[in-house]
Design a protein around this ligand. Structure first.
Ligand code: SF4
Ligand code: SF4
Length: 169
């Protein structure tokens, strides 16, 4: 039929004109990223980090550069914790490997820099914990330990009246 293609095209245009808007007015409006999004900066909870190095061992691209030292109590601490983000695959294995859930990805996505030397992220200088964190790899908090039951002294046990047994009045 003559003009069938035009009618079909107009139909698509009319349908899209009334359908919900999908584009976002970036950069005027910041996009709402999915909470499990990964692809930006890292964040480190320095207080929780035990300097075990498991995150670096889990990384397939050797992105994490760490150096450790020991204090007077023989406790390890980090003296260098740099993410060489230019090699990062954003696979998230480092986040998953952390036994203390102290390494995170953030929802920060505007990470472009003018100088390639600025791409690596020094997590000791800028831990990014003030940024919105991705929920990727987040583990549920550990259950609180149950406090031990206080010991009952023999004297207190003897003074406790016997409860009536089942069926007794
Ligand atoms: S996201 Fe993957 S590639 Fe990037 S630092 Fe972590 S383990 Fe390495
Ligand atoms: S795995 Fe976690 S606790 Fe261990 S060094 Fe990495 S960030 Fe720190």
């Amino acid at each position: 039929m003559f003009g069938k293609g035009i009618l079909k095209g107009l139909g698509v245009t009319a349908k899209e004109a009334v359908s919900p808007r999908l584009t976002e007015k970036y950069p005027e409006e910041k996009p709402q990223l999915p909470t499990r999004w990964r692809g930006g900066m890292f964040a480190l909870n320095q207080e929780a980090c035990i300097s075990c190095g498991l995150c670096a061992m889990a990384c397939p691209n050797k992105v994490i550069r760490q150096k450790f030292e020991k204090d007077e109590n023989n406790k390890k601490y980090c003296t260098e914790f740099v993410m060489e983000r230019q090699y990062c695959l954003y696979c998230g294995l480092c986040v998953e490997a952390c036994p203390k859930s102290c390494l995170h990805l953030t929802l920060e996505f505007e990470t472009a820099v003018y100088n390639s030397a600025d791409v690596p992220q020094d997590l000791l200088a800028n831990n990014n914990m003030d940024k919105q964190l991705s929920t990727y790899g987040a583990k549920p908090p550990l259950p609180k330990p149950v406090p031990p039951r206080p010991a009952v002294s023999p004297a207190a046990e003897a003074s406790t009246p016997d409860l009536p047994k089942g069926g007794e009045k």
